[in-house]
Ligand binder design. Structure first.
Ligand code: FES
Ligand code: FES
Length: 166
């Protein structure tokens, strides 16, 4: 049983949870909130499989204490799907461009790419590669991941232009 209660927003919903001081954010998400999209690959901040968005920054949830997210806002891969089930442009692009094989790295890769495109909506291939350099993939060779992110960036820019023209 946790020794303190924290309140935070997770995927747009206000939640509270009892945690211990030592509880890691990844364990809060996976074990207490049943959000098993973020994976645990290395547990030592190397692989990026646990990447989520916390208050507008990509973080490796295996190296953040749950109490550090108190009052904050977390986005996981589960929160990227629209309520009607429509995939986010990044999820769709990974699907179309075969940006995954086993899928283990994918939730972290996509949430990282989400933040990357928030910060830089029109990245070069080099900037995408640099942007995901903290996320390891053992299967794909990265080519299709990079293609997917560049394609999603294009889609998102077009959506913004269409919205502006309406
Ligand atoms: Fe967090 Fe690998 S599990 S970086
Ligand atoms: Fe298997 Fe990336 S798709 S680790």
């Amino acid at each position: 049983m946790g020794n303190r209660t924290i309140s935070l927003t997770v995927n747009g919903k206000a939640v509270s949870a009892a945690v211990e001081d030592r509880t890691l954010l990844i364990h809060l998400l996976r074990d207490q909130m049943n959000l098993t999209g973020p994976h645990i690959g290395c547990d030592t901040s190397h692989c990026g499989a646990c990447t989520v968005d916390l208050d507008g920054r990509s973080v490796k949830a295996c190296t953040v204490f749950a109490v550090q997210a108190d009052g904050g806002s977390v986005l996981t891969i589960e929160g990227m799907v629209a309520p009607d089930g429509t995939l986010h442009a990044l999820q769709q692009a990974f699907r179309e461009h075969h940006g995954l094989q086993c899928g283990f790295c994918t939730p972290g890769m996509i949430t990282r790419a989400y933040r990357l495109l928030q910060e830089n909506p029109d990245p070069t291939e080099e900037e995408v590669r640099m942007g995901i350099s903290g996320n390891l993939c053992r299967c794909t060779g990265y080519q299709n991941i990079v293609k997917a992110i560049l394609s999603a960036a294009q889609t998102l820019r077009t959506d913004v232009q269409l919205e502006a023209a309406e």
